[in-house]
Write a protein that binds this ligand. Structure first.
Ligand SMILES: NC(=O)C1=CN([C@@H]2O[C@H](COP(=O)(O)OP(=O)(O)OC[C@H]3O[C@@H](n4cnc5c(N)ncnc54)[C@H](OP(=O)(O)O)[C@@H]3O)[C@@H](O)[C@H]2O)C=CC1
Ligand SMILES: CC(=O)C(=O)O
Ligand SMILES: [Mg+2]
Length: 645
């Protein structure tokens, strides 16, 4: 017997058995907590008592696969072992130790999401691992399991139900979860990612079952190094971290933003092939300024307004330092959905000491540049021949603008400052112009051109006469009929990106873009839209989402052992993605390749990124593999079940 700690304890509290192999569990626990005891094996009853003694865990169980009534009925059978442990209800205010039997087989194996195969355990495995009687007699293949699950997921009408079914699967049978996601990526991406993940974050407090990822709050200040050690996996390669302040275009969702790192890391595995055990989702909880959440009795985060200034910076610094101490120089830290007043500073501060990447600033830039390069094959001209107008001058907007300017400057040898003049941005106060320079945030200043102030987007369109219009405002329906018509009046084939997520925040819908431009727009959006029929023609639009980039980008960094991210790697990723767009796709108006080929696409992105890392002397994995695409493919995680001896 050993005592239950950390995630094993939580897995058990969620009605599951111990989560992992015995040897692994011994490795995970600090030596002092591994104790031998002659007590009886009826550990589940004991766990029930522990649940009763721990409010958080009680809630998990009540919300999870078992009900409060189950907990109570477990308690009514108290006696026997429970008496022996002295842990029954009459002693409930005494401290107890979370004892449980931890074995690699039988009931525990079925409840270990990393090793569970459900009905796919073979006859031999059922004999060897004490599974007889714990499963119905039939043995089925992983393919049949997949078919059955897809059938039941498709029956749900509400996307959030599909999301919850997928999360349940991830928590019970990880390989099957990834098999479904990889094989049905176009269908399930909108379920585990935008737009549904946005809804999930908004409702996280009430749909919360088992905690996923690592929550680091202000309460953990001074202890982050130890807290990272509570995470069961030691060989972490990618961390996606958020502080929940700008979740998609939905604003401050505080601690409930955890859905985003969890979702992004699922894509790291499904789309980029990074092992799930090497991925760590983290939410830094410094409070929330969302009044609704602060008043919500089911809110799961710190019930206080956001810490700022030194208090915020110190917690983040402790986290960044602890990550490097725990996982070394080569762990990739992806910043996700931070508000822009922190995002740019964090990226600048840590880009010289850590392997950091801001997905919203850099990943988005890379994906949009790729889409533009592909669109130019339809529209004609070089990047430098075009004029770009953005609605939204935050992380995504200025990040994209800067990468476009960098690429123009590289292609033409034009100074960067000159290239920037081809790009204009509108924020909530209107066009960014020189006369506003004194009050602009630092990341907007390079975009303050010598122009007259303009308040409305449609007026900016008419003044600037852009060939490309990009929405990164986080505000839905801001590309009005007037705006799209103005773009269509100026251009034979106006290029329009509505990047804001989720769907509710998209600057316009695909239908609006095609209808108002009379079928002439080249359109892509951050969240997916179904194909649209206009005047007897079907228009399919691309999904301009950083999900095309970050999984392959991260894989490229990992496989080359890169120690820093460089802008040229973003250009390399972009180039690889654009190269995957076929003439057949372009003919259909698609400026991105289909997601069903994403693993191949990610391998090409990874190879280009790794190649750049070697070229720049930033790669530590030596010698450089000869064929980087093949190497990337060979590194990718497969969700097929492993055979157990
Ligand atoms: N498709 C993709 O891959 C990605 C999409 N996004 C989406 O982009 C959106 C913005 O993200 P991000 O750049 O990080 O957010 P930021 O908060 O950094 O930037 C938002 C910008 O929009 C401006 N804005 C807000 N309301 C209006 C309005 N009514 N009219 C004009 N401008 C307005 C803000 O102006 P001000 O500065 O004056 O406040 C700010 O400049 C989100 O919806 C996000 O989901 C983000 C990353 C990737
Ligand atoms: C896609 C993404 O990263 C966002 O909307 O924030
Ligand atoms: Mg994001």
């Amino acid at each position: 017997m050993i005592s239950l700690h950390g995630t094993s304890f939580l897995n058990n509290a969620g009605i599951s058995g111990p989560s992992s192999l015995f040897s692994y569990k011994l490795n995970k626990l600090p030596p002092a907590s591994v104790k031998a005891t002659a007590l009886g094996p009826n550990s589940d009853r004991n766990i029930s008592v522990l649940i009763e003694n721990n409010d958080t865990l009680k809630e998990i169980r009540q919300d999870g696969t078992s009900s409060a009534a189950d907990v109570d009925s477990d308690l009514t059978v108290a006696g026997g072992d429970l008496e022996a442990y002295n842990e029954n209800a009459s002693t409930e205010d005494q401290l107890v130790t979370p004892w449980a039997v931890s074995v690699a087989s039988g009931y525990s194996l079925l409840r270990d999401p990393h090793h569970n195969k459900g009905l796919a355990f073979t006859e031999k495995e059922r004999d060897a691992h004490y599974l007889r009687g714990l499963l119905p007699p039939t043995v089925i293949s992983q393919e049949l399991q997949e078919k059955k699950l897809m059938y039941s997921i498709r029956k749900y009408q509400v996307p959030l139900q599909k999301y919850m079914a997928m999360m349940d699967l991830q928590e019970t049978n990880e390989r099957l979860f990834y098999k479904l996601l990889i094989d049905n990526v176009e269908e399930l991406l909108p379920v585990v990612y935008t737009p549904t993940v946005g809804k999930a974050c908004q409702k996280y407090g009430s749909i919360f079952r088992r905690p996923q990822g690592l929550f680091i709050s202000l309460k953990e200040k001074g202890k982050i190094h130890e807290i990272l050690r509570n995470w069961p996996q030691k060989n972490i390669q990618v961390i996606v971290v958020t502080d929940g302040e700008r979740i998609l275009g939905l604003g401050d969702l505080g601690c409930q933003g955890m859905g985003i790192p969890v979702g992004k890391l699922s894509l790291y595995t499904a789309l980029g092939g990074v092992r799930p055990s090497a991925c760590l989702p983290v939410t830094i909880d410094v409070g929330t300024n969302n009044e609704k959440l602060l008043k919500d009795e089911f809110y799961i985060g710190l019930r206080q307004r956001r810490a700022t200034g030194q208090e915020y910076a110190e917690l983040m610094h402790e986290f960044m330092t602890a990550v490097k101490q725990n996982y070394g120089e080569k762990v990739l830290i992806q910043f996700e959905d931070f508000a822009n007043h922190n995002a740019f500073d964090l990226l600048a501060k840590y880009s010289t000491t850590h392997l950091v990447f801001n997905d919203d600033i850099q990943g988005t830039a890379s994906v949009v540049l790729a889409g533009l390069v592909a669109a130019l094959k339809v529209v004609g001209g070089t990047l430098a021949d075009h004029r770009f107008l953005f609605l939204g001058a935050g992380e995504a907007g200025t990040g994209i603008a800067e990468l476009i300017a960098l690429e123009i400057s590289k292609q033409t040898n034009m100074p960067l400052e000159e290239a920037r003049k081809k790009i204009s941005l509108v924020d909530s106060k209107g066009l960014i112009v020189n006369s506003r320079i004194g009050s602009l945030q630092h990341f907007k200043k390079p975009w303050a051109h010598d122009r007259e102030p303009v308040k409305k987007l449609v007026d900016a369109v008419n003044v600037i006469k852009p060939t490309v219009l990009i929405g990164t405002s986080g505000v839905g329906r801001t590309f009005t009929k007037e705006v799209v018509e103005a773009m269509a009046a100026l251009n034979d084939k106006p290029i329009i990106f509505s990047l804001s997520n989720p769907t509710s925040q998209s600057e316009c819908t695909a239908e609006e873009a095609y209808k108002w431009s009379k079928g002439r727009a080249i359109f892509a959006s951050g969240s997916p839209f179904d194909p649209v029929e206009y005047k007897g023609r079907v228009f399919a639009s691309g999904q301009a989402n950083n999900a095309y980039i970050f999984p392959g980008f991260g894989l490229g960094l990992i496989m080359s052992g890169a120690i820093r991210v460089h802008d040229d790697m973003l250009l390399a990723a972009s180039e690889a993605l654009a190269a995957q767009v076929t003439q057949e796709s372009l003919d259909k108006g698609l400026i991105y390749p289909p997601f069903k080929n994403i693993r191949k696409i990610s391998a090409h992105i990874a190879a280009n990124v790794a190649d750049k890392a070697y070229e720049l002397g930033l790669a530590t994995h030596q010698p450089r593999p000869k064929d980087l695409v093949k190497y990337a493919e060979s590194c990718m995680y497969s969700p097929a079940y492993r055979s157990y001896r």
